[in-house]
Write a protein that binds this ligand. Structure first.
Ligand code: IPE
Ligand code: IPE
Ligand code: MG
Length: 243
């Protein structure tokens, strides 16, 4: 859970989370395949990482593939997984350059072995970097994550390591995959949708939500700046009365 100072107005988020949506619609508009939309979306990810450097945002979390996205056609899933592998090959020097640690949340075991291996290598290589954390949500679903935390806590109670009375918001937080991250301050969703689609349900309790109509491949420097400007105008109250 993030430490926040409710007396100050928001400036720049410490933790930015993005629901990267609209690759398919972007492609359709241009008569391209959905895979080409995802490819263009990968370029927007690079720009976003650069912008986080510029705005000194330490934590960036990207929703790249949901548990529900497994219901998409096999050909689209295969193209996405292939693209993910290529992205790591091509862009992992960015992790070294900015000293960013890569973290994956979600069911990594469900990913194809080749993709998983590339991810594991990048995770290991960047494990000691501490200037930033890039978290990618892959085969991620918040309900799945919370279910996992509940199971782990139940097992600890059964094993006598934990008392039911000691289960708290803090212990639940500690059993989520995001245990080492502060809560997101701002969640951006592209392509105009106004929903979380099973993303960070617990963690987003007090996140500011920002929706832009831009499709994800069109999310560039101006879009990023507009989101930051809007965030800085928000007054975060966390339930309190501000003077
Ligand atoms: C977001 O773009 C990327 C993933 C969910 C993998 P979409 O593929 O959802 O694009 P739309 O929503 O169909 O336009
Ligand atoms: C949410 O986008 C998941 C990701 C961005 C990875 P979707 O396109 O899958 O969400 P819905 O189906 O519009 O809710
Ligand atoms: Mg979508």
């Amino acid at each position: 859970m993030s430490d926040h100072d409710p007396t100050s107005s928001a400036s720049t988020p410490q933790h930015l989370a993005i629901i990267m949506d609209g690759n398919g619609r972007w492609a359709r508009q241009r008569g391209l395949s959905r895979s080409e939309g995802h490819r263009a979306g990968a370029d927007a990810v690079v720009r976003t990482i650069e912008n986080c450097q510029k705005y000194k945002i330490k934590y960036l979390t990207l929703y790249a593939f949901s548990t529900e996205n497994w219901k998409r056609p096999a050909s689209e899933i295969a193209a996405l997984m292939q693209l993910l592998g290529e992205f790591i090959d091509k862009q992992s020097p960015m992790l070294d350059k900015y000293r960013i640690r890569l973290k994956i949340i979600g069911e990594m075991e469900r990913l194809p072995a080749a993709t998983r291996q590339k991810l594991q290598e990048a995770i290991a290589r960047s494990a000691h970097y501490d200037a930033g954390v890039l978290t990618v949500a892959l085969s991620y679903g918040s309900r799945n994550e919370i279910t996992g935390a509940v199971k782990a806590l139940a097992q600890k109670v059964l094993d006598g390591q934990l008392k039911v009375a000691d289960i708290s918001e803090k212990t639940i937080h500690e059993h989520l995959q995001t245990a080492d991250l502060p809560d997101p301050d701002l969640i951006i969703r592209s392509a105009g949708e106004q929903r979380l689609s099973n993303f960070l349900l617990w963690q987003a309790s007090y996140a500011e939500f920002y929706s832009t109509t831009a499709f994800w491949p069109d999310f560039g420097d101006d879009e990023f700046a507009a989101a930051m400007a809007e965030y800085s105008r928000r007054q975060r109250r966390f339930g309190e009365v501000l003077s």
